[in-house]
Design a protein around this ligand. Structure first.
Ligand SMILES: [Fe+2]
Length: 287
C-alpha cells in the first residue's frame, strides 16, 4: 500500500493516513478504490480539500451528481438559517429528516453510488455522522429471516421519510415524478463485489404483502437490528476531515445538533446507475 491503513472498530470502514487525496497517482487511487469496495467507508482525516479538489477526488470514484451540495445551517450569504424564514425552515427540516438512517437516493430512480463528504465547520456538540453496514446486517440475520427478506420488497418515498418526523417535504426543491416511488428489493447484490446487503431505512414504508402498520413494524425492526454495534461507526468530525462512503453497502444518519450553531459540510455525490440498481417497479402507488 502507498499509504497507511488502520481498522475501525466495526464490521466495516478503515482510517487512511499518509496520503494526500488531491495528488494521488493512478496506482495509489486503484489501491484506494479496492479498499473502498472492500470496507465500504474510508475515513481520511485532515485533508483540507478545496471545493475543486473534492469534486475532482469524487470524480475518480464515478460520475458526479452535481458538484458540491452544501449541507449547512449557514446560508450562502453567510448568515445562519432561521426558522422564521420559510425557505430556511424548509432546508433545516430537510436536515432534520437525516437524523434517521437512510441511503441517498433510495426514493428515486437510481440509488447513489456513494459520496465524498467533508467537514468545514462543526458544532460544539452533536452532528456526528453515523454509518451502518448492511452487508454484515444481512449476514447476521437468522436463517429463517434471511430467507424471508430475500423474497420481500418495499416502496421508498422522500415524503414518507420526512413524515416519520412530522416534517413536510418541500416539493419546490425537487420536482418529483412517478419514478420517485420505486419498489426496491430488501436484499440487493452489490454490482461490483457481488456481496448481498439489506436495503431499507427511513424512505422505505410499504411492503406489498403487508398492511401499512405491519410494514412499519417489520421495517423498523430490521433497521433496529441492523444499525447497532458492531455494525455502526459514528465519526466525530474535525474541520478538514474527509470520508468516502459506498451508498450501496451502508446506511447513514446524523446525530442531532443545535441548529442555531453553524455546521457546514460539503457533499459531493457520486451517481449510481439505474442499470445496476435492483428496482423492481417504479409504478406510482396512489397516496
Ligand atoms: Fe444522506
Amino acid at each position: 500500500m502507498n499509504f497507511t491503513v488502520e481498522p475501525i472498530d466495526a464490521t466495516f470502514g478503515v482510517m487512511v493516513t499518509d496520503l494526500d487525496a488531491s495528488t494521488l497517482d493512478d496506482d495509489s487511487f486503484a489501491q484506494l478504490y479496492a479498499l473502498w469496495l472492500d470496507h465500504a467507508l474510508l475515513v481520511l482525516p485532515q485533508q483540507h480539500l478545496t471545493r475543486e479538489q473534492q469534486i475532482a477526488f469524487a470524480g475518480r470514484f464515478g460520475p458526479a451528481e452535481s458538484g458540491i451540495f452544501d449541507i449547512s445551517t449557514v446560508r450562502p450569504d453567510g448568515d445562519l438559517r432561521r426558522e422564521e424564514i420559510e425557505e430556511d425552515a424548509s432546508f433545516l427540516n430537510m436536515l432534520r429528516g437525516n437524523y434517521d438512517w437512510h441511503a441517498d437516493g433510495s426514493y428515486g430512480p437510481a440509488l447513489a453510488k456513494g459520496a465524498v463528504y467533508s467537514a468545514q465547520v462543526v458544532p460544539k456538540q452533536g452532528g456526528e455522522t453515523g454509518w451502518a453496514d448492511m452487508r454484515a446486517a444481512h449476514d447476521a440475520l437468522d436463517d429463517e429471516l434471511r430467507a424471508r427478506v430475500e423474497t420481500l420488497a418495499a416502496r421508498h418515498s422522500i415524503q414518507r421519510g420526512q413524515a416519520r418526523r412530522g416534517l413536510v417535504h418541500d416539493e419546490r426543491n425537487i420536482e418529483l415524478g412517478p419514478e420517485f416511488n420505486p419498489l426496491r428489493s430488501l436484499v440487493r447484490r452489490h454490482p461490483e463485489t457481488g456481496r448481498k446487503s439489506l436495503m431499507m431505512g427511513r424512505h422505505a414504508y410499504s411492503v406489498p404483502e403487508m398492511t401499512d402498520t405491519e410494514s412499519r413494524i417489520f421495517l423498523d425492526g430490521l433497521v433496529e437490528f441492523a444499525c447497532r454495534p458492531p455494525r455502526v461507526y459514528f465519526h466525530d468530525w474535525q474541520p478538514g476531515d474527509v470520508v468516502v462512503w459506498d451508498n450501496r453497502s451502508l446506511l447513514h444518519c446524523v446525530k442531532p445538533w443545535d441548529m442555531r450553531e453553524p455546521r457546514v459540510m460539503w457533499h459531493a455525490g457520486i451517481s449510481g446507475s439505474p442499470e445496476s440498481d435492483s428496482i423492481l417497479s417504479m409504478d406510482q402507488v396512489p397516496a
